[in-house]
Design a protein around this ligand. Structure first.
Ligand code: BV8
Ligand code: ZN
Length: 255
C-alpha cells in the first residue's frame, strides 16, 4: 500500500486539483525545523524528564511548579521560533485547492503565523500553549507573557491555581475540535499526515478515518510510523523540504 518515494506520483498530484478538499494532520515534526523540540525525538528531553511524565494531570497535581517551568521553557523557545518552509508550503497549497483544513497536535501556534489564507481552518486538537485555564472555574485566558515563573504560579480571580490550556495524557480532547477533525478526515479527497509519530490517539486514528472515507492518504516523515502500513504513499524526507517540493511541482502542472 505504500512506498517511500522522493518524487510525487500522478495519483497524488491529480488529487490536489482546484476543486479538491485537503485535510492535513500535523505533529511536532513540522515545527522541528523552527527549533521547537519534538516529543519523542533525540532532543525531546527536558532536564531529566520525558514529556509523557510532565504532560499529565497527575504531574501537575504533584508538582505544578515543575510543569509550569517546562511550559515556560517551551514558551520561550516557541516565542523565538518562526514558521518554517513546511508551514509556508501548506499556506501555498491552500491556493491550489478548493479547501484546506489543518488539524494539528501542536500547541505552538506556528501554523497561524504562516500567513494562511483566511478560509483555511486550523484545528488545535491539543489546545494552545498561549492559553491558561483555571483548574476550578475553567475560565480561559490568552497569555503571551514570558509565562508564569515558579515560585509564583498563576491564580484565577476565583483564587484557584491556573494550568496550561492544553490537553494532557489521560484527558479528553475538546469535543468541538475532535468532531471538526473527524468531519475533515471523513470528507476530504486527500489527507496529508505530516511530522507525527502517529502513536497518540485519538489524533493518530484520523488517517484511518480518511482512508475509510476513500481519501488518498500520504505520509510525510523521516521514518516509518504505525501509520505507514496503511497510507497510499509515504514521502521520505524532512517536510520542510518535501512539502515545498510538492507545492512547487503542483505549480508546474498548473502552469
Ligand atoms: C484521550 C500535550 C480519552 C500538549 C499531548 C492509557 C491510559 C490513558 C490514556 C491512554 C492509555 N493508552 C493510550 C491512551 C490514550 C493516550 C495515548 O494515545 N497515549 C499514547 C502515548 C499511547 N491519549 C490520550 O491520553 C489522549 N486523551 O485518549 O482521552 C481517554 C481518557 C482516559 C483514559 C483513556 C482514554 C490525549 C492525548 C493528548 C496528549 N497531549 N500534548 C503539549 O504539551 O504539547 S500529546 C503530545 O504528543 C503532543 O501534543 C504531540 O503533538 C503528540 C504527538 O506527538 P507528535 O506530534 O507525533 O511528535 P513526536 O515527537 O512523537 O513525533 C515527531 C514525528 O515527526 C516523528 O515521527 C519524526 O520522525 C517526525 N519528524 C521529525 N522531524 C521531522 C519529522 N518529519 C518530517 N520532517 C521533519 N523535519
Ligand atoms: Zn477560576
Amino acid at each position: 500500500m505504500h512506498e517511500w518515494t522522493s518524487d510525487f506520483p500522478e495519483e497524488l498530484l491529480s488529487r490536489l486539483h482546484g476543486e479538491a478538499t485537503v485535510g492535513v494532520l500535523t505533529g511536532a515534526g513540522i515545527s522541528a525545523a523552527s527549533g521547537v523540540p519534538t516529543f519523542r525525538g533525540k532532543d525531546g528531553l527536558w532536564k531529566q524528564y520525558r514529556p509523557e511524565e510532565l504532560a499529565t494531570p497527575q504531574a501537575f497535581a504533584r508538582d505544578p511548579a515543575t510543569v509550569w517551568e517546562w511550559y515556560g521553557w517551551r514558551r520561550d523557545l516557541i516565542r523565538e521560533a518562526r514558521p518554517n518552509a513546511a508551514h509556508h508550503a501548506l499556506a501555498r497549497l491552500a491556493r491550489h485547492v478548493r479547501r484546506l483544513a489543518i488539524i494539528t497536535q501542536n500547541v505552538d501556534g506556528l501554523h497561524q503565523r504562516a500567513a494562511l489564507p483566511d478560509d483555511v481552518e486550523v484545528i488545535e486538537l491539543h489546545g494552545s500553549i498561549w492559553t491558561i485555564r483555571c483548574t476550578q472555574c475553567g475560565r480561559e485566558r490568552e497569555d503571551r507573557s514570558t509565562g508564569p515563573r515558579p515560585p509564583t504560579l498563576p491564580h484565577c480571580d476565583c483564587g484557584a491555581l491556573e494550568r496550561p490550556g492544553v490537553v494532557w495524557f489521560g484527558e479528553m480532547l475538546p469535543n468541538r475540535e475532535i468532531e471538526r477533525a473527524h468531519r475533515v478526515a471523513s470528507s476530504c479527497d486527500a489527507f496529508l499526515v505530516v511530522g507525527t509519530s502517529s502513536v497518540v490517539h485519538p489524533a493518530a486514528g484520523l488517517s484511518q478515518v480518511a482512508l475509510y472515507s476513500r481519501a488518498y492518504v500520504v505520509e510525510f516523515n523521516l521514518e516509518a510510523t504505525p501509520a505507514s502500513g496503511h497510507v497510499h504513499l509515504a514521502v521520505a524526507g524532512p517536510c520542510e523540504q518535501t512539502l515545498p517540493a510538492l507545492v512547487d511541482r503542483l505549480g508546474q502542472t498548473a502552469s
